[in-house]
Design a protein around this ligand. Structure first.
Ligand SMILES: Cc1ncc(COP(=O)(O)O)c(C=O)c1O
Length: 405
C-alpha cells in the first residue's frame, strides 16, 4: 500500500501490480531484452525457440508454439482442425469475447451451453443436448484460471464417436489458466489443443501481446507451425491460407525470465486466494447453503460467495472473483465505494456472449442460459496478483464487509 497526498492517508492498491513485478525481476528482464536488442533478431530469434522448449518442459506438452496473442492462438487451433463454414463449435457464453468471436470469424457457428454454478465453466451435463451433426469441436474455457471438467467432456467425445461415429475435437481456451492442473497434469494432456495468452495482466504475461498453442499431436503442431507463418512450408511456398501470427523475440525474452519464477508466482497466487477466502469466512455472520453452494451472510439480505476450486484441479488464479447477491445497481454502488477506498475491482464479465449485439444473428433470447446470466450480474473480481499483501487483503475484506453490512 502507498499513501496518497490526501490529508487522510488512503491506500492505493494495484489490481495486477505489473510494475511491482517488473521491478522485482528488472535486472534479469532488462538483460534479456538487451540481448535481443544487441542481436536485433526481432522475428523468430533464438529466444522464441527457447521459450517454446521451456513451455514444453513446464507443461509436459510434446509441442508448444508461441504466437501473437491468445486470440490468434484460438484461430490457429481451429484452422489446424479445419473448422470453418458449416461447422458448429460448442462453448461457454460466460467468457471473454475472443473465445466465440474467433469461431464466428472462421465462418463457423458458436453454440453456447450454460455454465456450472460452482466453477463458472461450461457445464458438461448440458453439452450433449447441444451436439448436432454439424458439431466439430467442444471448446471449454478455464475461467479465472480453473480448468473445466475435462474427464466429463472426454466421456461425451468418446460416446459421440461410439454411438454416432462422429469425431469431436477438444480445444481448451486456457488464456487465463497457464500452469493450472487437472488431476495433477497440465491441461494440454486433456485436449487436442490447449491455447493460452501472455497478455500483460494474465498470470504469465509479456509486455505486449503474445500467446501459445500447445499440443501432443505431431501433425497438428506441424500444421500450426505453418499456419503461424502464412501457411508457409518453405520460404515463399504456401501450403495453407494462414496468418502472420508470430510472437516477437522481445516478448519471448520477457516470458522466458518470468517463467523461471512462475511456479513461485502460482503458489503466491494460491496463497492470496486462500487468505481472501479465509478472511471472508471469518467476516460471514452466518452461512446459507443453496444448491451445494455456501454463501456467507454479510447482512440479513446480502450474501457473498467466495470462489471455489474443484478438488481434482488447481487454478492459476487469473482472477479472484466473488459473487454478491445484489442487483446490478447495488454492485455498481459497491464498486464505487471500494474505488473511493482505493480498492480497484473489475467485472469479468458483465454481459454473457449470447446477449451481445454481435451475436444477435444467432437468435438467443434472455434466460437462454440462466446460470451465466445470474453470475454475470453478481460477479466481482478483486485485486489479484502474487504480491497482494496480508495487510491489503485484510483491508479489502474489511471494506467489503463494511460496505455491505
Ligand atoms: C478466455 C480468454 N480467451 C481469449 C483471450 C484472448 O487473449 P489475447 O488478449 O491474448 O488475444 C482472453 C484474453 O483476455 C481470454 O481471457
Amino acid at each position: 500500500m502507498q499513501n496518497t497526498e490526501d490529508q487522510k492517508p488512503k491506500p492505493t492498491i494495484d489490481f495486477a501490480n505489473l510494475q511491482y513485478q517488473y521491478q522485482r525481476y528488472k535486472e534479469e528482464i532488462d538483460s534479456a531484452i538487451h540481448k535481443v536488442l544487441d542481436r536485433s533478431n526481432y522475428i523468430m530469434g533464438e529466444e522464441v525457440q527457447q521459450l517454446e522448449e521451456n513451455l514444453q518442459h513446464f507443461t509436459g506438452a510434446r509441442h508448444a508454439l508461441t504466437c501473437s496473442s491468445g486470440t490468434d492462438a484460438l484461430l490457429l487451433a481451429m484452422m489446424a482442425l479445419g473448422i470453418g463454414p458449416g461447422d458448429e463449435v460448442i462453448t461457454t457464453p460466460f467468457t471473454f469475447i475472443a473465445t466465440a468471436e474467433t469461431i464466428a470469424l472462421l465462418g463457423a457457428t458458436p453454440v453456447f451451453v450454460d455454465i456450472d454454478e460452482t466453477t463458472y465453466n461450461i457445464d458438461p451435463a448440458k453439452i450433449e443436448a447441444a451436439i448436432t451433426e454439424k458439431t466439430k469441436a467442444i471448446m471449454p474455457v478455464s475461467l479465472y484460471g480453473q480448468p473445466a471438467d475435462m474427464d466429463a467432456i472426454q466421456t461425451i467425445v468418446d460416446k459421440t464417436l461410439k454411438t454416432k461415429n462422429q469425431k469431436l475435437y477438444t480445444i481448451i481456451d486456457g488464456a487465463q489458466s497457464f500452469g493450472a492442473t487437472y488431476k495433477n497434469k497440465t491441461e494440454v494432456h486433456y485436449a487436442d489443443i490447449y491455447t493460452t495468452s501472455f497478455f500483460p495482466a494474465k498470470p504469465l504475461g509479456c509486455f505486449g501481446d503474445g500467446g501459445a498453442v500447445l499440443t501432443n499431436s505431431d501433425e497438428l503442431a506441424e500444421k500450426m507451425k505453418m499456419l503461424r507463418v502464412h501457411g508457409q512450408n518453405k520460404r515463399y511456398h504456401h501450403k495453407y491460407i494462414g496468418l502472420g501470427a508470430r510472437m516477437d523475440t522481445l516478448q519471448c525474452a520477457v516470458v522466458n525470465v518470468k517463467l523461471k519464477h512462475y511456479t513461485k508466482d502460482l503458489s503466491l497466487r494460491q496463497e492470496v486466494a486462500e487468505k481472501y477466502t479465509c478472511l471472508f469466512r471469518e467476516k460471514g455472520k452466518g452461512r446459507r447453503k443453496k444448491d451445494g453452494l455456501e454463501w456467507l451472510e454479510m447482512n440479513p439480505s446480502t450474501f457473498i460467495l467466495p470462489p471455489s476450486t474443484a478438488k481434482d484441479r488447481t487454478s492459476a488464479w487469473a482472477q479472484y472473483s466473488i459473487r454478491v447477491n445484489t442487483s446490478n445497481a447495488a454492485r455498481s454502488e459497491l464498486q464505487a465505494k471500494l474505488k473511493e477506498a482505493g480498492i480497484p475491482t473489475a467485472i469479468h464479465y458483465p454481459m454473457p456472449l449470447h446477449l451481445q449485439e454481435c451475436f444477435s444473428y444467432l437468435g438467443y433470447q434472455e434466460n437462454a442460459f440462466p446460470v451465466a446470466e445470474t453470475v454475470s450480474k453478481q460477479i466481482l473480481s478483486l485485486p489479484m496478483n502474487p504480491y497482494v499483501s496480508d495487510e491489503e487483503i485484510a483491508y479489502i475484506v474489511q471494506e467489503i464487509s463494511a460496505c455491505l453490512s
